[in-house]
Design a protein around this ligand. Structure first.
Ligand code: SF4
Length: 246
């Protein structure tokens, strides 16, 4: 039996849902989202702290509230996950988290079960390399390397060897969460070091409410124009607010 550890919407209910992709190059596309539990980072502004900020976690999140692991994660056999995905009759899947690439063997087994008709999109922080067994299933990578303002230790948040490999991968897009204008210099330096092409870079305002997104978008839009980078909003926040299962 192969199992995945998933986030929950309510205790015991896995966070598998049908919605519009809110961010990145596929924004607006109807997709089935599968949110995995667990992350190797601890971003202070993370909008899904319930996937990793469990009681006793040594990291720091700005919300301060910690979460009971028992109520906020559930392990499910991949056959049950496949059934829940298939129930939505949508062939575009987004594996998100948390950090989904921490569970690649089980994801590979799930994809084998689902068969070839699905388009598989991955949302990852870019610190974990694709494993050979899962690589062949992946159609699109939405990588979000974390900048200094995430509050993570640099040695933890950045795996430049992995990013160099991803920079050569035509499936990969690089979406940076931006909090202040000078983040652009950090992104430029990283892109230069890792060989990330400008036309693969998207900038997204940090924020979990429409007011904050709008305020940052006002300077982020012109900044993207100036640097030749793409801008991405957070559609789901505008449509549903900062809620689980959306
Ligand atoms: S990498 Fe993503 S899921 Fe993990 S703490 Fe940072 S924002 Fe949250």
């Amino acid at each position: 039996m192969t199992r995945l550890r998933l986030a929950t919407t309510t205790p015991g209910e896995p966070e598998i849902f049908h919605s519009l992709q809110g961010e990145g190059i596929s924004a607006g596309r109807p997709s089935v989202f599968v949110r995995l539990s667990g992350c190797n980072l601890a971003c202070q502004w993370c909008d899904t702290p319930y996937t990793w900020y469990f009681t006793g976690h040594p990291g720091k999140h700005r919300g301060d509230q910690t979460y009971q692991r028992r109520d906020n994660s559930v392990t499910l056999d991949i056959a049950d996950v496949a059934d829940q995905i298939a129930a939505h009759e949508c062939r575009h899947i987004v594996f998100t988290g948390g950090e989904p690439l921490l569970q690649q063997p089980a994801l590979a087994a799930l994809c084998d079960l689902l068969g070839p008709d699905y388009h598989i999109e991955i949302e990852s922080n870019g610190t974990v390399a694709l494993a050979a067994g899962f690589d062949r299933h992946v159609d699109q990578l939405n990588l979000s390397p974390k900048l200094a303002h995430s509050g993570n230790d640099p040695g933890l948040r950045m795996n430049e060897a992995a990013l160099v490999a991803y920079a050569r991968d035509t499936r990969a897009w690089f979406k940076f969460v931006v909090a202040q204008p000078h983040d652009a210099e950090e992104i430029t330096a990283l892109a230069d070091r890792c060989g990330i092409a400008s036309d693969r870079i998207l900038l997204m305002p940090e924020g979990t409410c429409a007011t904050d997104l709008h305020a940052r978008s006002r300077w982020l839009g012109p900044l993207c124009l100036e640097r030749g980078w793409r801008f991405t909003d957070r559609l789901h926040i505008h449509l549903y607010g900062d809620t689980r299962g959306t």
